[in-house]
Design a protein around this ligand. Structure first.
Ligand code: ZN
Length: 79
């Protein structure tokens, strides 16, 4: 990745849109599908890494993913 991406100046008072997981963790909402899904998948791992059973882990991952995606859509529609 070339490092010539211009840094956006921080605008004070602007609330960054975040979605909150059922565990209380906040995930920043980004206007980029790849980055958003990467952030969601990275968070799902936090939930599933402790689960030993593969099927259970997959079911948990699906629940978290559906929940987070629903929140992304909900939050995005409010922007
Ligand atoms: Zn969580």
């Amino acid at each position: 990745m070339p490092s010539r991406i211009s840094r956006k100046k921080k605008v004070s008072g602007t609330r960054l849109p975040v979605i909150e997981c059922s565990c209380g963790a906040q995930i920043l909402l980004v206007p980029n599908v790849k980055e958003m899904s990467a952030a969601i998948e990275a968070h799902i791992i936090i939930h599933t890494k402790k689960i030993k059973d593969a099927k259970e882990a997959q079911a948990k991952a699906e629940r978290i993913r559906d929940d987070l995606i629903a929140k992304v859509l909900e939050t995005a529609s409010e922007l």
